[in-house]
Design a protein around this ligand. Sequence first.
Ligand SMILES: C[S@@+](CC[C@H](N)C(=O)[O-])C[C@H]1O[C@@H](n2cnc3c(N)ncnc32)[C@H](O)[C@@H]1O
Length: 189
Amino acid sequence: MPILNILPFVHQMLGNHLKNGDTALDGTAGNGCDTVFLADAVGEKGKVWAFDIQHQAIEQTKVRLESENLLNRVQLVHDGHQHINHYIRQGLDAAVFNFGWLPGGDKSITTSSESSLDALNAVLALLNPGGIAVAVLYPGHDAGRVEARAIESWAEGLPQQEFAVLKYCFVNRQNHPPYVLAIEKLRRK
Ligand SMILES: C[S@@+](CC[C@H](N)C(=O)[O-])C[C@H]1O[C@@H](n2cnc3c(N)ncnc32)[C@H](O)[C@@H]1O
């Protein structure tokens, strides 16, 4: 099998993990690619929440979901992912955060360390045993570098008895390429 690029790797992880009836979160809906992927993976009995602070992103995601006939299993939330506890009151089987700015949008509107860490902490509390949270980090620009460092150092401090943390990155690519941190909430033995 070839080495997968970052986003195909993320989708493969999520696709292998999710099954019909599961619950999932897209913490950064953006153009809707990940939300559509999750909505398909949880099947007709499943549910997805998708957050974004930009109206444009929520609208774009809605259009994509409608065109795939998947909108009925997704709750779109025009709010910051740091507030997920206001909206989600049940366990999650998977979550994805594709941090950074909206591709093709305003690059000054980007995720930031503090709210990203609040969201990740909230997600870990909501994850069902065996559930996974996957983050794509973009250290190739200044704000992304600060955010990636903060999130990686937070992830390194997670107790290994409770969480398995994987880093997936290309070590010979130029210009600080994006990489993945994947966190699994371990089942109790
Ligand atoms: C890299 S894009 C997401 C790409 C998306 N997953 C896709 O499939 O197209 C990052 C998104 O995060 C959003 N964002 C920034 N801060 C946020 C926050 N606090 N809560 C939720 N979304 C946020 C931006 O508006 C932007 O649309």
